[in-house]
Design a protein around this ligand. Sequence first.
Ligand SMILES: [Zn+2]
Length: 305
Amino acid sequence: MTVPENPYPQVTVDTSARAVAAADAWYMVGLSGIPSADNQGHTSNAGFVTTGDGVVVYDALGTPALGFELIRRIREVTDEPIRYVIAGHYHADHIYGLQAFADHTDARVIAQSRAQAYLDSDAAHVRLAQRRDVLFPWIDESTRIIHPDEFFDDEYRFELGDKTFRLLHAGPAHAPDDVLMVVEETRVLFAGDIVFDGRLPFLGDDDVNTANWVDRLGQVQDMNPSFLIPGHGDATSEAVRAVSFTRDYLEDLREHMGRAAQDFMSFEEAYEGGDWSKYENVPAFEETHRRNANAVFLEMEAALF
Ligand SMILES: [Zn+2]
């Protein structure tokens, strides 16, 4: 099957695609840690589904070179045209790979409408400049932000070949524009960054909405997915357990920080007064937990007034 010549630096980290048994779905798992030149920016997951009439891709990875790797992995499996790329949310570790799809395929990029605010913001340019700095040569002057071809608001359902895809707006949660993608026939769920299995989630520095997030995780549990591919970390056939892990963590933070905010404590007091021992050995604790606690504290405080 034909793959165009690689115009990007050659990726050498593991990008092999793993198959979801009997579901026509595949996924790539990023490395742990924050994006750096060492991991070549490969810190997030992406996946794709074949339908007999075209491929649907969920997320595009963190650099154009990785997006190109994803195209190459798709071509190892099928020569069906790549029809859609669903942007799970417009965060830097998931979007710069869209450039490879824009330049080498006819795929339409679909995102939730709140992505527009990010695209219009200074933050989008600041973040790209920061990535050009820390992820050179993977992100460089030729890297650009690809805008969606199409937006949806709450829900978007479409059929392609032998499958039905349902896109659900799950935000504002991890991001304002979080999107879940469910394949109805196989119940495979691409959950993006609202589920983190086996590591603590990153709640972001602002805009987090854990109230809505917890609700959405309840909905995901009700769907009872056969297989769940999160935005980071391992995929699993034990979707309900994986979702519970993220949900319990968020609920713990909400309960503790909610009480502290009600008692007019400072964040320092609230944080020091918490027993976080059950999370201490969970990956990403050092990098995320204190910031997560602070984000939830601010959210709970704002909710009081
Ligand atoms: Zn992410």
